[in-house]
Design a protein around this ligand. Structure first.
Ligand code: SAH
Length: 223
C-alpha cells in the first residue's frame, strides 16, 4: 500500500479540520493531556478503517473493522492513553489486541517502542501495512494469543489490553515491571466491563476501577 500525501492528510470528512473538531470534542469531554490530543489530531484514523467507512472515521464511535471486531472509539483511545501516561513518560508498551492498529499508532507517537499482539492474522496483516505505509517504525507486531503476553521483550512499563477478559491472564501480570501500570477492561459480559488500572508494587498489585466500558471479548487461541 503506497499512500499519497493527499490520502494521508485527507479531504472533506477526513480532513485536518475534521480531525481538529474531533479533538475539540474530546477536550470538551474531559481529555486534558495536550500531547495525547495533538497525537489524535495528527494520526489519520480514516486510514485505519475500510474505505467505505472513512467518512465516519472522526465520529466519536467504535466502527467495524471486519472479523467481527471494532476499532475503539476515539474517546476511549484518548482516555486509556492518557491514563497510561499520567505518571510521566513511558518508554516501552505492550498492547494486546492490535485490531486496526490505531491505538498502537497513537502510542507510537508518545513512547519509544510499542509491542502489539493480535490473534487474528487477517487484521494483523492489514495493521502491518498501515504501520509501514505511514512509517510508524517503532511498532513491533506479533501474531499470537495475547494471554501469554510477549515475554521476550518484557517486562513492560505499561500494558494496554483492548479486548475484555473475564479476569486478567497471569502472564500479563508477570510481564509488568515493578511500578508499571496495566489498563484493561475487565468483565465477562458483552455489554459491560469495568476499565481497570493495575499497578505493580514491590509487594503485589494494586487495582483501581475507572468507568464502565464496552469492548469486544478477549478470546484465546489464534487464527
Ligand atoms: N486496539 C484496537 C482495538 C481492536 S478490538 C484498535 O485500535 O483498533 C480488540 C482486538 O483484540 C480484536 O482485533 C481481537 O481480535 C483482539 N483480541 C481478542 N482477544 C485477543 C487475544 N487473546 N490475543 C490477542 N488479541 C486478541
Amino acid at each position: 500500500m503506497i499512500l499519497s500525501p493527499v490520502q494521508i492528510a485527507g479531504i472533506g470528512m477526513t480532513s485536518q479540520r475534521t480531525r481538529n473538531r474531533m479533538v475539540d470534542r474530546l477536550r470538551d469531554r474531559g481529555i486534558e493531556n495536550e500531547m495525547v490530543l495533538d497525537t489524535l489530531a495528527s494520526v489519520p484514523r480514516h486510514l485505519f478503517v475500510d474505505e467505505a467507512m472513512a467518512t465516519r472515521a472522526y465520529e466519536d464511535s467504535a466502527l467495524p473493522i471486519g472479523n467481527g471486531q471494532t476499532i475503539s472509539q476515539p474517546y476511549v483511545v484518548a482516555r486509556m492513553t492518557e491514563v497510561l501516561l499520567e505518571h510521566g513518560p513511558v518508554s516501552k508498551v505492550l498492547e494486546v489486541g492490535t485490531g486496526s492498529g490505531y491505538q498502537a499508532a497513537i502510542l507510537s507517537q508518545l513512547v519509544d517502542s510499542v509491542y502489539t499482539v493480535e490473534r487474528i492474522k487477517n487484521l494483523l496483516d492489514k495493521a502491518r501495512h498501515r504501520f509501514r505505509a505511514l512509517e510508524y517504525r517503532n511498532v513491533q507486531t506479533r501474531h499470537s494469543d495475547g494471554s501469554w503476553g510477549w515475554s521476550g521483550n518484557g517486562p513492560y512499563e505499561a500494558i494496554i489490553v483492548t479486548a475484555a477478559p473475564a479476569s486478567v491472564p497471569e502472564p500479563l501480570l508477570e510481564q509488568l515491571q515493578v511500578g508499571g501500570r496495566m489498563i484493561v477492561p475487565v468483565g465477562n459480559q458483552r455489554c459491560q466491563q469495568t476499565l481497570t488500572v493495575i499497578t505493580r508494587t514491590r509487594s503485589g498489585f494494586e487495582r483501581e476501577e475507572l468507568n464502565d466500558v464496552k469492548f469486544v471479548p478477549f478470546l484465546s487461541g489464534k487464527y
